[in-house]
Design a protein around this ligand. Structure first.
Ligand SMILES: NC(=O)c1ccc[n+]([C@@H]2O[C@H](COP(=O)([O-])OP(=O)(O)OC[C@H]3O[C@@H](n4cnc5c(N)ncnc54)[C@H](O)[C@@H]3O)[C@@H](O)[C@H]2O)c1
Length: 293
């Protein structure tokens, strides 16, 4: 693989683009929002500077990695990409529309991958004329740090597509697990009901948010509590995944907690918005009274 497109320059897309350029791949990063592109480009270059200052990457390798990144709003630039990884918001209609467009633009040999957390790869593949070359490539957050990539085979994904995708993830230094295409795959099928249950625990007054998180951190050896983790992932992403699990698996045990729904309705989306279950906005320093002379 020499060139890669990443569509969606949010927290996941920017991290995936960073992995690509650091591992010698030319990357086009696409986002419909120019502010998101500016943020992505700034965060990628500061992450690369950090790798250089820690001695994990030479100055020359850092500069050439940054030289391999191009950011644009135009999907048309993806016509020569060997693989395109979609990382836009977790809404099936938007992803289906995008896959339809990508199928028109991408060269016939290109693989179309989705970083979806839960949406059916088979249904995304069905809107394209290349279902053999459509696959799920589910990075964990943040992609440059987390060691796992979950690869999801749609009903028609070919062995060739699977092997090429697995090889790319391994080139990025990741361990690959393979999941069949059922809602939530492996990781979110297990993680999201736990996060949703943490919201129910808060909603029904069993404990405070701090005690729920501390209980799970110290009681089960999780590095982050479930509510803290939900804020990190994004409450909108968590809610979308619960809706997909509920609709796709048809069991009421996956119904999203009303408190999670209310937070999302209120725009409390987690760290990315400065407020979720917890508040992250910097509280202004109290004004010191001026000394009386
Ligand atoms: N946040 C996580 O922890 C996490 C982990 C694994 C997978 N995912 C999945 O990755 C995907 C992206 O999640 P995220 O957290 O990075 O979201 P995000 O909201 O941070 O970023 C999404 C970006 O996509 C852009 N976008 C939306 N529609 C677009 C379109 N049609 N064309 C181009 N750009 C478009 C938005 O402007 C935004 O910058 C989702 O499918 C999510 O489920 C998220």
């Amino acid at each position: 693989m020499k060139s890669m497109g990443v569509v969606g320059g949010g927290q996941m897309g920017s991290g995936i683009a960073q992995l690509g350029i650091v591992h010698g791949i030319d990357v086009w990063l696409i986002d419909s929002d120019p502010n998101a592109l500016a943020r992505a480009s700034k965060s990628i270059s500061s992450n690369i500077q950090r790798l250089v200052s820690k001695g994990l990457l030479s100055q020359a390798a850092g500069s050439s990695a940054l030289g391999r990144l191009r950011c644009t709003k135009s999907l048309e630039e993806l016509h020569s990409a060997d693989i395109i990884i979609e990382a836009i918001a977790e809404y099936e209609d938007a992803k289906r529309k995008l896959f339809l467009e990508l199928d028109e633009i991408a060269k016939s040999s290109a693989i179309l991958a989705s970083n979806t957390s839960s949406i059916s790869i088979t249904r995304l593949a069905s809107v394209t004329g290349r279902p053999l070359q459509v696959i799920g490539m589910h990075f964990m957050n943040p992609p440059p740090i987390m060691k796992l990539v979950e690869v999801i085979r749609g009903a028609d994904t070919s062995d060739e597509t699977f092997n090429a995708t697995k090889a790319l993830a391994e080139r990025f230094g990741k361990t690959v697990v393979c999941s069949q295409d059922y809602s939530g795959f492996i990781v979110n099928r297990i993680l999201m009901p736990m996060i949703n249950e943490a919201f129910f625990t808060l909603y029904t007054g069993v404990a405070t948010k701090e005690d729920i998180d501390t209980g799970m951190k110290l009681g089960t050896n999780h590095p982050m509590g479930p509510l803290e983790l939900a804020d990190f992932i994004g409450l909108d992403v968590c809610l979308s995944i619960m809706k997909v699990l509920h609709a796709g698996l048809g069991d009421s045990k996956y119904a999203p907690c009303p408190l999670l729904v209310q937070y999302v309705d209120a725009g409390r989306l987690g760290r990315k918005r400065g407020i979720g279950v917890y508040e992250y906005r910097k509280v202004p320093e109290p004004v010191k009274p001026s000394p009386r002379l």
